[in-house]
Design a protein around this ligand. Structure first.
Ligand code: SF4
Ligand code: SF4
Length: 285
């Protein structure tokens, strides 16, 4: 069934990795402040209960698989008639991800495993991917595992080799542009051989094309939403980033605070007001 929309839900504000290019620039919160609590979970689920079914709810930010209440949350999302997805660095034992898949059951949208070569052992990562792929294949849903790698310039040869090994197992590696925190921009991955081995998520190029996204009609806010760790709803990642950068109480893409009166969706696609899109191709009309 085609999904009605896609919501990224930041359920963690902490990660067990420390990638140099991490967009979020997280600090080190106390253990009890690393994950959304039951109050936030209840607010998020109440909002989801008002959306048409099914939306894909992608659990993300920091490392969501470390959330102690992950499996219960996934079951509650799916019980509402929505579909659960998760973006993870795959750093926990494979059993954690098999349990996520089992908790979602028929409501599983996908599991997105992201390889961060600065931090992860690629052989261990590959072995977990293949184990998950085998399990999903046994359930007839092998297309629900996505695998990506950040295009670290100095590791491209290694990434190409991993992509070949994944491809032999029926998995296409998604190559993600590396974020340059100092310049606040994505560095485009080089073309050449690596392009033939991977599927590119070309964020840098998207932002250069036709002068960037500003002015283009976009359905983010209508069919794509971001719910942040504090319960604030945003049109997209760029909207939240604008608020973080300017320290404004509200930005143009702020859609409400679920803990203080609820959130809203846009009624129709609206022109993009931003110069840099962090999630291109998801909501452009
Ligand atoms: S795994 Fe992701 S969230 Fe964690 S530090 Fe790396 S880029 Fe940031
Ligand atoms: S084009 Fe990108 S930055 Fe602009 S509103 Fe849409 S998702 Fe946000």
């Amino acid at each position: 069934m085609r999904s009605s929309g896609h919501m990224h839900w930041n359920i963690a504000d902490w990660c067990n990795y420390r990638c140099s290019y991490c967009c979020e620039g997280r600090s080190e919160p106390a253990p009890e402040q690393r994950f959304i609590d039951e109050g936030m979970i209840a607010a998020g689920l109440a909002f989801l209960s008002g959306l048409p079914r099914p939306w894909v709810v992608r659990l993300s930010s920091g490392e969501p698989s470390a959330h102690p209440g992950l499996l219960d949350l996934v079951r509650r999302i799916c019980a509402l008639g929505h579909r659960a997805a998760m973006e993870t660095n795959l750093s926990l034992p494979a059993e954690r991800y098999l349990a996520f898949i089992a908790a979602a059951g028929g409501g599983l949208a996908y599991l997105h495993a992201s390889l961060h070569l600065e931090q992860a052992d690629p052989e261990e990562f590959l072995a977990k991917c293949l184990r998950l792929q085998e399990s999903l294949r046994g359930q007839g849903v092998q297309d629900k595992l996505q695998v990506s790698a950040v295009a670290l310039p100095e590791r491209l040869a290694q990434i190409g080799e991993l992509a070949d090994r994944l491809r032999r197992q029926g998995l296409v590696l998604i190559l993600q542009d590396c974020y340059d925190r100092r310049r606040r921009a994505f560095r485009p991955a080089p073309g050449g051989a690596i392009s033939a081995q991977c599927r590119r998520e070309a964020v840098a190029e998207f932002n250069r094309e036709a002068g960037g996204p500003r002015g283009r009609l976009c359905a983010a806010g209508l069919r794509w939403l971001l719910l942040d760790f504090s319960g604030r709803l945003w049109r997209c990642q760029a909207a939240r980033r604008e608020e973080q950068a300017s320290r404004l109480a509200e930005s143009r893409g702020f859609l409400g605070d679920l803990r203080r009166g609820g959130g809203r969706r846009l009624g129709k696609p609206e022109p993009c007001p931003y110069e840099c899109c962090l999630c291109p191709g998801r909501a452009i009309e």
